[in-house]
Write a protein that binds this ligand. Structure first.
Ligand SMILES: *[C@@H]1O[C@H](CO)[C@@H](O)[C@H](O)[C@H]1NC(C)=O
Ligand SMILES: *[C@@H]1O[C@H](CO)[C@@H](O)[C@H](O)[C@H]1NC(C)=O
Ligand SMILES: *[C@@H]1O[C@H](CO)[C@@H](O)[C@H](O)[C@H]1NC(C)=O
Ligand SMILES: *[C@@H]1O[C@H](CO)[C@@H](O)[C@H](O)[C@H]1NC(C)=O
Length: 471
């Protein structure tokens, strides 16, 4: 009887454990990974994720777009960068949203090698549900590197519309990949601490903003690829942002990270963020007089949400770590005591959100250092990770002073767009060939078939697109 009981108990605790593990893994309701310009139903990217081609699906809500395939794709680049969709006039993708609320949006760009399009003419804006996400004039788009733009936006309707708008009708827009993923409800809170030289107060209403992740850093650790993050994010090492590493040291923790309800979840930060950190230790009888400081180049004129990730993986006992946190040299948290915010548990993650103004100095600084409660012979400051997110300005833009409405209005319809030009060239070529054949009296059909292969590929794809993407 006793054995049966303990077997049952074991069984129940095992099922409970399984339930716990299943419940713990996040599965987003809205999950779109799009390989733009691809005719393949599925493409596996370098992180083993399946991207759907946009040629047969209904996401693309505009006609007259061009699908382009790289003539000589770099073997080092993920397959999603080997095709692109090109837009010569304002065009959009529409994604049905089943789970309104915060969504992650990522856009992938890499210039292709193409004989038919000069990528120096890729000049465009990208909009999403009324926000201006970016203006291609403000970023360097090279052939040899990929650009991933990472956004967090609230979607309160049942559709997310992403628009690509060429600067004018002699230019074009393009995109290689799009990700739209619903975020856990609590990923971004509506309140944060607003820290300025003259005040430190709560700010409300954050959820009405759009955010662009400008830095996502795993302090004291390695780069984390989307494969190891439950929201498929990339985190980079902190070395290049650390101002001076005198007196600080990296720590790595091989034990289990104690995620707790109400604290940071794995979606807020994965294990690999919390199991590494940089710390200041006081070894002698006095507390070290030292801050660790990181500096991040930012663009002035925007507010930034700074999310700091903490997890005490370095102290030998509870209640020994007290430190101060400064943002832009202003005190954000004094005598931060990780033990008290994690219910007295070591190796338990905690995060703090602070909003700051990006000032004209062009840098955002973040420091952690001993407080006047810090103890000698103890860890006296720690940081495990940091994310810096740009907040849209008052016109709803994350890149410049122009609002989404004006971007759309500024595009003028004209006859100078790329498609009519290419079509005209095509017709002229055909006319030329026909006349040539007539004059020469040629009967060799081979001559006829050879010429169209010299028409840029883009042009052929384009004509397919006209019929296949009507909506
Ligand atoms: C994922 O994380 C594990 C453990 O840290 C590491 O060994 C592995 O190389 C990582 N994989 C990728 C693809 O980054
Ligand atoms: C740490 O930096 C803050 C903000 O710049 C400064 O006020 C404080 O004095 C510094 N602490 C030490 C120990 O240098
Ligand atoms: C602790 O530091 C604060 C300012 O950082 C100061 O106002 C306060 O007097 C200090 N407390 C002690 C006990 O020194
Ligand atoms: C960001 O844009 C939203 C929507 O346009 C607006 O309500 C909000 O005030 C903007 N944020 C800031 C900080 O201006």
């Amino acid at each position: 009887m006793a054995t049966l009981f303990s077997t049952l108990a074991l069984y129940f605790s095992f099922t409970l454990l399984c339930f716990h593990l299943i419940a713990a893994s996040f599965s987003p309701i809205d999950y779109y990974l799009i390989n733009c310009g691809s005719h393949e139903p599925k493409t596996v990217d370098s992180d083993h994720r399946y991207f759907t081609g946009d040629s047969t699906m209904s996401f693309l809500a505009s006609t007259g777009t061009i699908s382009l395939t790289d003539a000589s794709p770099s073997p080092k680049s993920s397959p999603i960068y080997h095709t692109a969709r090109v837009f010569t006039r304002p065009s959009k993708y529409k994604f049905l949203i089943k789970n309104p609320g915060t969504h992650l949006l990522r856009l992938h760009f890499r210039r292709l090698i193409s004989s038919s399009l000069d990528f120096n003419n890729a000049k465009f804006h990208v909009l999403a549900n009324g926000f201006v996400l970016f203006n291609s004039l403000s970023i360097e788009m090279g052939q040899d590197f990929e650009i991933v733009k990472d956004y967090v936006i609230g979607v309160d309707s049942d559709v997310l519309v992403i628009s690509f708008v060429p600067i004018d009708n002699s230019k074009f827009a393009f995109v290689n990949g799009i990700e739209v993923i619903s975020a856990p409800k609590d990923l971004i809170a509506d309140v944060a601490q607003y820290v300025r030289f003259d005040k430190n107060e709560q700010i409300h209403g954050l959820l009405k903003n759009g955010f662009e992740t400008v830095y996502r850093v795993n302090v004291g650790g390695w780069k984390i690829t989307p494969f190891n993050d439950s929201l498929w994010r990339t985190w980079v090492a902190d070395d290049e942002y650390l101002k001076s590493n005198d007196g600080s040291s990296k720590v790595h923790f091989g034990g289990r990270i104690n995620y707790q309800d109400g604290g940071a979840s794995r979606e807020v930060g994965p294990d690999n963020v919390y199991n590494s950190a940089r710390v200041i230790r006081s070894s002698g009888d006095s507390v070290s007089k030292l801050n660790m400081t990181w500096t991040f180049p930012v663009i002035g004129g925007y507010m930034y949400l700074v999310r700091m990730h903490f997890c005490d993986i370095a102290s030998v006992a509870r209640g020994m770590l007290f430190f101060n946190v400064y943002v832009n040299d202003n005190l954000a948290y004094e005598n931060l005591d990780l033990t008290s915010v994690t219910n007295g548990m070591l190796a338990s993650p905690f995060y703090a959100d602070v909003v700051v103004d990006g000032d004209s100095s062009g840098v955002l600084t973040l420091s952690v250092g001993p407080s006047n409660m810090s103890l000698p012979r103890a860890v006296d400051a720690i940081l495990n990770g940091v994310e810096i997110m740009k907040i849209n300005n008052s016109v709803g833009s994350l890149d410049g002073e122009i609002c989404a409405h004006s971007v759309l209005k500024s595009w003028k319809k004209g006859s100078g767009s790329l498609y009519p030009m290419l079509a005209a060239v095509f017709l002229l070529l055909i006319a030329f060939v026909i006349m040539h054949r007539r004059r020469a009296g040629a009967t060799d059909s081979g001559t006829w078939w050879r010429l169209p292969t010299e028409i840029p590929k883009v042009n052929m794809k384009y004509s397919n697109q006209l019929s296949s993407n009507k909506l």
